[in-house]
Design a binder for this molecule. Structure first.
Ligand SMILES: [Fe+2]
Ligand SMILES: [Fe+2]
Length: 304
């Protein structure tokens, strides 16, 4: 336990929903390579999710299974188990997009091999002696996950409200994958932070691991976008630049740079609680109408 532990801020709403994984599936055969028409840059910037999330969310599950025995609150334990189920499903759903990209001439393996190494080796279980070093590394990773979840909730909230993607004729299957995932990120947005506050909660650790997570996400994201643009078989001399990212944010086809910058002090505020961001109601409304989530529910009822 940290000696700089602070009192956990309370959630803004008292409602509590039981988290459950929805066993969704998507078929990709009709999704074009540029699923946002005439916008390879926004398409590929968002496609970076398919590169990072399979390994990243598998890693969340791996770390959280080790933390479960440390949880002394039954409701939080239930939430973490629900979170694990949802993240495992997210990881699988994004992984299933990769063969489709490969069929369209965009082999993601050179990049995903590096991401796998990052999560499995660099951020994996180091051969540390039992006791404090091992505990330190586990807490560090729990804090990194809480920081990353600030951004998955941010992105989830963004995509649920990104009407410009609809206006520009984004592929409905890809949009449903992104919004089903985004809605579940909003739905479970408090779990990682509450878990961190429960098992550690140190402010210095929160700030330090935010810097690590944010720096790594920016680095990996721009590399992933460049990788896709440079290897897209339909583009001659494809490039990714910050200027394009900024313009996408202005146009509403990507998150805006200003919104991303403003999200930083919110996470670092001592009064931060993830329930202050996004809307559980909006997430639930999307999940009630998502074609993939509705089909998953029908299949579940059919087999019950
Ligand atoms: Fe997720
Ligand atoms: Fe998540």
């Amino acid at each position: 336990m940290s000696n700089t532990q602070s009192r956990a801020p309370e959630p803004v709403a008292s409602e509590h929903i039981a988290l459950k994984a929805r066993n969704v599936s998507f078929s990709w055969e009709n999704t074009p390579l540029h699923w946002l028409p005439n916008d390879p840059f926004a398409t590929h910037t968002i496609n970076v999710l398919h590169l990072l999330l399979p390994a990243g969310e598998r890693w969340f599950v791996h770390v959280y299974k080790q933390v479960l025995p440390l949880i002394r609150d039954d409701r939080l334990r239930e939430d973490v188990i629900g979170f694990i189920g949802q993240e495992a499903m997210h990881s699988q759903a994004h992984d299933e997009v990769l063969p489709h990209l490969k069929e369209q001439g965009l082999d993601p393996t050179p990049y995903t091999a590096q991401v796998d190494w990052l999560f499995e080796k660099l951020l994996g279980d180091r051969t540390l002696p039992p006791g404090r070093p091992r505990q330190w590394w586990l807490m560090e990773r729990v804090a990194i996950i809480a920081a990353i979840e600030h951004y998955t909730a941010f992105l989830g909230n963004w995509v649920l409200n990104a009407e410009e993607l609809d206006r520009r004729g984004a592929d409905p299957t890809m949009l449903d994958l992104l919004r089903w995932h985004g809605a579940e990120e909003v739905e479970h947005r408090s779990v990682a932070f509450e878990l961190f506050m429960h098992v550690d909660g140190g402010y210095r650790r929160r700030a330090r691991t935010w810097a690590t997570a944010f720096g790594a996400l920016v680095f990996l994201w721009q590399r992933g976008a460049r990788f896709f643009m440079e290897n897209d078989p339909t583009l001659v001399d494809g490039k990714a630049s910050f200027k394009d990212f900024y313009r996408g944010g202005q146009a509403g086809t990507l998150p805006s740079t200003g919104d991303m910058i403003r999200s930083i002090p919110r996470y670092l505020s001592r009064a931060y609680h993830p329930s202050q961001e996004g809307s559980t109601e909006q997430a639930a409304a999307y999940l009630a109408s998502s074609p993939a989530a509705v089909a998953a529910l029908a299949a579940e009822k059919g087999t019950a």
